[in-house]
Design a protein around this ligand. Structure first.
Ligand SMILES: *[C@@H]1O[C@H](CO)[C@@H](O)[C@H](O)[C@H]1NC(C)=O
Ligand SMILES: *[C@@H]1O[C@H](CO)[C@@H](O)[C@H](O)[C@H]1NC(C)=O
Ligand SMILES: *[C@@H]1O[C@H](CO)[C@@H](O)[C@H](O)[C@H]1NC(C)=O
Ligand SMILES: *[C@@H]1O[C@H](CO)[C@@H](O)[C@H](O)[C@H]1NC(C)=O
Ligand SMILES: *[C@@H]1O[C@H](CO)[C@@H](O)[C@H](O)[C@H]1NC(C)=O
Ligand SMILES: *[C@@H]1O[C@H](CO)[C@@H](O)[C@H](O)[C@H]1NC(C)=O
Ligand SMILES: *[C@@H]1O[C@H](CO)[C@@H](O)[C@H](O)[C@H]1NC(C)=O
Ligand SMILES: *[C@@H]1O[C@H](CO)[C@@H](O)[C@H](O)[C@H]1NC(C)=O
Length: 342
């Protein structure tokens, strides 16, 4: 099983292997927070960290979310199943403990595909575990694969949602339930000659270096093998064309950005997590390698939110769902130390 990626990404994967091997980070500590058994078919796709530190994970192959305790061998607790959907991708917090998640009948791994079947749901975690309130916010009848989500405005309830099949980024008002296309750029689109199952724009994050500087939406394009960024206006629309931040990456997935613009990124088919320096664009491998089974199919990363783990990256792998060397969806914690500016 393979995610649809472009020929150019395959061809350029050689280039990244060479540059990655030239500088691997020494002394980085990685801990296993939770590994789902391979026989339980848990393909981790994305994650969000609660203000109290627990991690909520979404699954590509099942419409279920779990909460994982942020400790070595932390337990996983069932939160909710979205009946009538095949899987889940992006997740974002708007107000404290108010999460928004997209669900649909589209899998990034198996390519089960029902275009237009995606919806966004509100999950109120305030009363977890006794009382989790879930309600639908919007249906997306024109969408392909809804994927990464990120916050633009907490007060206005505006979130970006990448559509990995259509190649655009929507802006959704989670309070009114309406949305529109905010970003549609050749760098978010499918590459020329993409296959029907190709996935393009994938992860999204807003970054502004200082309150006076230009605000950007950073994004990955899985098939184009890039991290890109597009300048945005206060209303969330693009104010200019997108540009490549780093190219020649093998299947870039979801990522986190620190305060200095350093990028902490999962490379799916490279089975690793890397850091891209925000200023020099130098690449450092944090964990994994192209032949690693330990980090099979790296999918997402987010920073911890407690004083004790602000410099730690919670990093998820799919695990290799349906692959012969499936190790099971796993959540790791990578201690970054000085590599992160938080
Ligand atoms: C998976 O295997 C473990 C033992 O390794 C077993 O305890 C568990 O019940 C199995 N789960 C399923 C869903 O088969
Ligand atoms: C975590 O689980 C592994 C495997 O069962 C075990 O070897 C290890 O000692 C555990 N670590 C902690 C800190 O509980
Ligand atoms: C999505 O898949 C579920 C589970 O297989 C099914 O019940 C539902 O009818 C499907 N929805 C659409 C729109 O195809
Ligand atoms: C979230 O749920 C709690 C009850 O657990 C309720 O008091 C609160 O009003 C809800 N918040 C939102 C934004 O729906
Ligand atoms: C939602 O609808 C309002 C009123 O038509 C419009 O002003 C706003 O731009 C829309 N929001 C989005 C995110 O499309
Ligand atoms: C994106 O832009 C292209 C080129 O202008 C256009 O053909 C396409 O319809 C746009 N897509 C969406 C979803 O608006
Ligand atoms: C990818 O690498 C090739 C060969 O080194 C180089 O010519 C090209 O500019 C790079 N592409 C990007 C987007 O960085
Ligand atoms: C990775 O695996 C491929 C295919 O089995 C092999 O050709 C290559 O030498 C391996 N690379 C490393 C660094 O072990």
């Amino acid at each position: 099983m393979h995610r649809g990626f472009s020929l150019s990404a395959v061809l350029t994967s050689l280039a990244i292997v060479v540059s990655l091997c030239s500088r691997a980070a020494a002394g980085i500590v990685v801990e296993t927070i939770h590994r789902f058994p391979p026989n339980e078919s848990i393909a981790l796709e994305n994650l969000a960290v609660r203000k109290t530190g627990e991690i909520i994970v979404t699954l590509d192959n099942l419409p279920t979310i779990y909460q994982i305790e942020p400790e070595v061998n932390g337990s996983a607790t069932f939160i909710h199943t979205f009946e009538g959907y095949v899987g889940l991708h992006g997740i974002v917090e708007v107000q404290p403990d108010q999460f928004y998640i997209n669900a649909g009948n589209l899998s990034l791994v198996t390519h089960i595909d029902v275009p237009g079947s995606s919806s966004v749901f509100h999950v109120n975690m305030t009363g977890f575990p006794e009382n989790v309130q879930v309600n639908k916010v919007a249906d997306f009848p024109e969408s392909g694969i809804l994927n990464g989500m990120t916050l633009l405005s907490r007060d206005e309830g505006l979130v970006y949602i990448a559509d990995s099949r259509v190649g655009v980024v929507y802006l959704l008002d989670v309070y009114k339930g309406n949305y529109s296309v905010a970003i549609n750029d050749t760098l978010t689109n499918q590459p020329p000659g993409a296959s029907e199952i190709s996935n393009c724009v994938h992860g999204v994050h807003v970054f502004q270096r200082t309150p006076d500087s230009q605000k950007y939406l950073y994004f990955t394009n899985f098939a184009q093998g890039i991290v890109g960024r597009v300048p945005i206006c206060e209303n969330g629309l693009a104010s200019g064309p997108a540009e490549v931040v780093t190219g020649n990456l093998t299947t870039p997935e979801d990522f986190a950005l620190d305060e200095d613009g350093n990028i902490f990124l999962a490379l799916f088919d490279d089975n690793d997590f890397i850091r891209i320096d925000g200023r020099t664009h130098e690449i450092t491998v944090l964990a994994g390698s192209p032949n690693s089974t330990e980090y099979k199919w790296a999918s997402a990363a987010e920073f911890g939110r407690r004083d004790s783990d602000r410099r730690s990256l919670y990093a998820a792998i799919d695990g290799g769902y349906l692959a012969p060397d499936n190790v099971g969806g796993t959540l790791f914690r990578i201690e970054l130390g000085d590599l992160a500016v938080v």
